[in-house]
Design a protein around this ligand. Structure first.
Ligand code: NDP
Length: 279
């Protein structure tokens, strides 16, 4: 069984990005990512802190805007507008989820596509759907990169993605099609999920239910990608995949910690550097 080490690959990507950031700095351009966080969701704070840390590590300037949870739409849209027109800002990230009173899609639509390093705006999602993305969707691109960097084939494989969200499942479907996979998207209304999953050469589990996928969902020899992030009773991070039961029959598997998460962040950094270079 091969362990797909996202932490190691992410570090390699970041090492290369650091050099690109330095080269840009030598031409007088300071690569800059603006991160907007509304409210006090603890998980969102953790994610934003980690992204800020990545920026510091790479020499990317990180502008952070912490807004109170009762921020109104006009204030948030005003800030995005200001960041859109600021030539010193190359990437804009609005951490999701937003508090319920804010219209998430409206806020995303306000971000200038050229600065949309999360690849969430309709323009960038549309480009992705045509097979010509400008920015890579972070988690999906991280998954594809991790599989390919480990020498595993995607072309012609049956890929089953258990998730249909705009952040994971749908963009990953497009990337997998671009890699010539045969793709199935499963979700909470899928009939006989086990049967569907057990046909997968590459299984991507992203439902957000701890250790739901045991060996009965997995074809022996499959590649298993665990996207889910959950906490168990002791507060420890666990994935959607029951690692101890699935690892013995998988040909390759991501660890819950140090798998997809670091890759997501590395691709975000890569998109930010690209946004600065392409300006
Ligand atoms: P969503 O809640 O938006 O999506 C969950 C998906 O799982 C939905 O498509 C849902 O189906 C499906 N689902 C839920 N329960 C079942 C079930 N019992 N059987 C089959 N399908 C089911 O979450 P996200 O897409 O935002 O995130 C998914 C998970 O991935 C979370 O744990 C999140 O923390 C993690 N994540 C990790 C990242 C990383 O970098 N490591 C990045 C992004 C997310 P339906 O559409 O029918 O409701």
């Amino acid at each position: 069984m091969m362990l797909l080490d996202g932490k190691k690959l992410a570090q390699e990507i970041k090492n290369e990005l650091r050099e690109r950031v330095t080269r840009m700095a030598e031409t007088g351009i300071e690569t800059c990512l603006a991160v907007v966080l509304v409210g006090d969701n603890p998980a969102s704070h953790t994610y934003v802190n980690m992204k800020e840390k990545d920026c510091h590590e790479l020499g990317i300037k990180s502008l952070r805007y912490d807004l109170p949870s009762d921020t109104d739409e006009a204030t948030l849209l005003g800030l995005i507008d200001q960041l859109n027109s600021d030539n010193g800002v190359h990437g804009i990230l609005v951490q999701l989820p937003l508090p319920r009173h804010l219209d998430e899609q409206k806020v995303i639509r306000a971000i200038a596509p050229a600065k949309d390093v999360d690849c969430f705006t309709p323009v960038n999602v549309g480009l992705l759907a045509t097979g010509k993305p400008v920015f890579a969707p972070c988690t999906p691109a991280g998954i594809v990169r991790l599989i390919k960097a480990n020498g595993l084939d995607i072309a012609g494989k049956n890929v089953v993605i258990v998730n249909r969200s705009n952040i994971v499942g749908k963009p990953l479907m497009h990337l997998m099609l671009m890699e010539n996979a045969t793709v199935t998207i499963a979700h909470s209304r899928t009939v006989d999920l086990k049967e569907v999953c057990s046909k997968a050469d590459i299984l991507v589990a992203a439902v957000g239910r701890r250790e739901m996928f045991d060996e009965t969902y997995v074809k022996p020899g499959a590649v298993v990608i665990d996207v889910g992030v959950n906490r168990n009773e002791e507060g420890k991070l666990v994935g959607d995949v029951c690692f101890d039961k699935v690892a013995p029959i998988a040909s390759a598997i991501t660890p819950c910690v140090g798998g997809v998460g670091p890759m997501t962040r590395a691709i975000l950094m890569e998109n930010t550097v690209r946004a600065a270079e392409d300006k």
